[in-house]
Design a binder for this molecule. Structure first.
Ligand SMILES: *Cc1c(COP(=O)(O)O)cnc(C)c1O
Length: 227
């Protein structure tokens, strides 16, 4: 069996196991395959093994792959940093945008979403590790921002995404996710049903705290040469 198909099987087994031991409903966590820097043939291998959701970080790289894979039934997620001069192409070529961190960007995505497409799914990125260098809004800004974004016509606000500082200790990995989920629950917004967090090294911790979408690159496609 090819390596990517094997890796996919193992990751899905890890996810199902984590759902079980942390009392999550079976299949309540989905896998987003992060294919940045990887060739189109790697996406095809994962696709042939059943994977349908793919995440890309770089606009031009993603567009090239989408062009090659036009006939494939793929749901495309943009998980990179958003430059405001790229919102039109993002609104046109993606199904999901994960790193929205300002009303201005959300407004542009809404107004530039083509009419013939369904509303663009977005997640607001929250900075839960309080590192100055990491992007994302602060937890106490979340309430206001989601209220404003909720009123945009061509946006389906789905939830939150986070990239916490890497930790090795399991309890430390869980902590920021626990805080984020607790904060979202206080907002009482039933439309926020997506928790986009957990990567190759902390997917169990993420699932234990309520992740619904883990974004996995390295464990599926192998290590990257550049990021
Ligand atoms: C690259 C990337 C991932 C995948 O990380 P791995 O550690 O390779 O699983 C997940 N999320 C985002 C936003 C990324 O940029």
């Amino acid at each position: 069996m090819p390596t990517i198909a094997n890796n996919l099987k193992q990751i899905n087994a890890r996810m199902r196991h984590a759902e079980q031991i942390y009392h999550r409903a079976e299949n309540s966590v989905q896998l987003l395959a992060v294919s940045k820097t990887k060739p189109t043939c790697a996406i095809v291998s994962a696709y042939q093994a059943g994977q349908r959701n793919f995440g890309e970080n770089y606009v031009q790289e993603a567009l090239n792959k989408q062009r090659e894979l036009g006939a494939f039934d793929i749901t495309w997620h943009f998980i990179g940093a958003i430059q405001s001069n790229k919102t039109k192409v993002l609104a046109t070529h993606f199904d999901w945008i994960h790193c929205v961190e300002s009303l201005k960007i959300a407004q542009r995505l809404s107004s530039q979403r083509p009419d013939f497409l369904s509303p663009l799914n977005i997640c607001v990125q929250v900075n839960i590790s309080h590192e100055d260098t990491k992007s994302g809004i602060k937890l106490d800004e979340l309430d206001d921002l989601i209220t404003e974004i909720s009123s945009l016509p061509n946006i389906a606000l789905r939830g939150v995404m986070a990239i916490p500082a890497p930790e090795i200790d399991f309890a430390m990995q869980r902590e920021p996710y626990r805080k984020l989920v607790a904060a979202v629950k206080t907002l009482n917004n039933i439309n926020l049903n997506t928790f986009s967090f957990g990567m190759s090294d902390d997917l169990e911790a993420a699932i234990s705290e309520g992740s619904t979408l883990v974004r996995i690159g390295t464990a599926l496609f192998g290590s990257r040469n550049y990021d």
